[in-house]
Structures are given as structure tokens and as C-alpha cells.
Design a protein around this ligand. Sequence first.
Ligand code: PHE
Length: 337
Amino acid sequence: LRAEALTQVEQAETLNDLQQVRVSYLGKKGPITEVLRGMGQLSAEERPVLGELANKVRGEIAEELDRKKQALETAALNEQLKTETIDVTLPGRPVQVGGSHLLSDIVTEIEDLFIGMGFEVREGPEVETDYYNFEALNLPKGHPARDMQDSFYITEDLLLRTHTSPVQARTMGEYKGNKPVKMICPGKVYRRDTDDATHSHQFTQIEGLYVDKNVRMSDLKGVLNQFAKQFFGEEREIRLRPSFFPFTEPSVEMDISCKVCQGKGCSVCKQTGWIEILGGGMVHPSVLEMAGYDPNIYSGFAFGMGPERIAMLKYGVDDIRHFYTNDIRFLQQYHQV
Ligand code: PHE
């Protein structure tokens, strides 16, 4: 029996074969188990002799099985190593490295600049209530200026925000009318517009708000002047022109001087020497009041700008749609990796 088992172990070619040999000789139904089971019928003298013999044979077979198992496993590993060798001298495949989007870079740059002037960065929901998007900003239902910002309504009272100004109203509301607010809020906004080179139904805005005791128009001018010079260059000058927004009074539009200009907007620039950058003004007393600030004690300024427009002017991008169509060739121009 022993010799027979050992031959079979020797002949096993795979781990599977080997397992079968193990089961057939050492398993519960195997001959050795059977011998041990039948020992009860033997005499007291015979029992230990046979028991010892059976255990010895079992041990030898088990040992041989283990040895063979190891040998087969080593052989399998060697085979695998041979077929799966890697030529480490082959050149690697290049990995495409991503980068941040031009628009994100512009927003971050503008954020950093205003953080440097003591503004905090706030965010608000893109799906906004009619109250915060319009009403709290002095645009009651039926106000004709609502048409300036043709909107995507979701329900009668919910819409995709048309500007980031609702974040002003939310922040002032949170501050409960008794402490200064100095914040900017970047984010996506939506308007019903037909997309072309200068219009998009979705774009970004950065809005700024500063409310405190004694905030004056000159503070607005100072902050915007600082921004223009830091962002576009020391040689730039700004000018404020009267304008209209329902939430500011007086309202202004700001131009920057543009002796150096690239891209499409330049024809205006060449004729006048100025190009429009943003809108702003002194926060309307009703807006302060609705947010819980006493307009006899507090005053403030606000402004809003479009990072796409600013990026277009700074880098000479001639079509706003480039920002969203994600043509990798466009994006990579701003990322020399
Ligand atoms: N929210 C205005 C717009 O979208 C911009 C603006 C912001 C104007 C703050 C004045 C003050 O056109």
C-alpha cells in the first residue's frame, strides 16, 4: 500500500492530481482510515503494533504528498515567471497630466486678491428662491428690471440664480444686521440667452459686498482701483460711469484703460481707450433694510464681475464658448506642463 501510494504521488503532474491522491489514500474513506477503524476487532497485543504501523505509513505518505506539492508549486511559479517577464528597458507610455481650468485659475487669482484686502469667500445655492434672487434685492414681482435677467424657472418660486447677488442677501441675513460684512462670492449663474461668441446661458460671476459704518463711494473706488492694478497691471487706470442696478444707488459701471489690449473687445478699446469690466454701486437702503441692517447706521458697496469676460480680455480669448466646450487644445494653451 505504501509503495503504491508513493508511486502515485510521484506520478501526479498537477496539484489537482495530487489532491486526488491525498483524498484516496488519507481521506475518510481511504484504506488507512479503514485499517484504523477495524482495530477494535484485534487483540490487545496486536492493536499497538498495527496502530504504529498504520500511523507510520500515513506519516510517510503525508510527507511525500507535501514534498511533491511544494515541488509542483515551485515549478508552476517558475513557469509563470518565465512567461510573464517584463522588459524594463521598454519606454513607458506617457501619462496625460491634467491641470486646472483657465477659468478656475482666474477665479482663484481674483479670490486671492480680495482675500488680501480682507474679504472672506462665501458660497450660495445655484437653485435659488425668487425671494433671494430678486425680491431681497429690491426687485419685487412685476418689476421691469427682472427682464434684464431672463431666467430659468423651476417652479413659480424657484429658479436657477441669474447672478451671485443673492449670496449678499443671504450673508447679510446671517449676520443679523449688527456686524460688518466683507465678502466675495464666486459661482455659476444662469440666464436664458442664445449662446454665441459673447453670450452663454451659463457663466460665472464674482460678486463683492462690503457693509459697515461709514462705507463710502470712495471706498468702492479704492478697492476696485487696487483690483484693476493688481490684476491687469500697474499702468491701468479705472473710471466709473453712472449706470443702473435695482439693488444699488447710485450705480456705476467700471472701465479700465486699455492701451494694451488683445482680442475681439479691442475695437471699442481702440476707439475710446477704455473697456468695461464690471458693475457696482452703493447698496440700496431698501436692500440693507430687508436684510436687517439699519440704513441710517450702516452703508455698503457691492460690485459684480464676470470672470469669463475678464479672462477673455486678459488672454485675448475670442469666444466665450471655448470655456465650456472643453477642447483640450484650447485648455492646454494655458498649461505648459
Ligand atoms: N448682479 C449684477 C448683474 O448680474 C452685477 C452687480 C452686482 C451690480 C453688484 C451691482 C452690484 O448684472
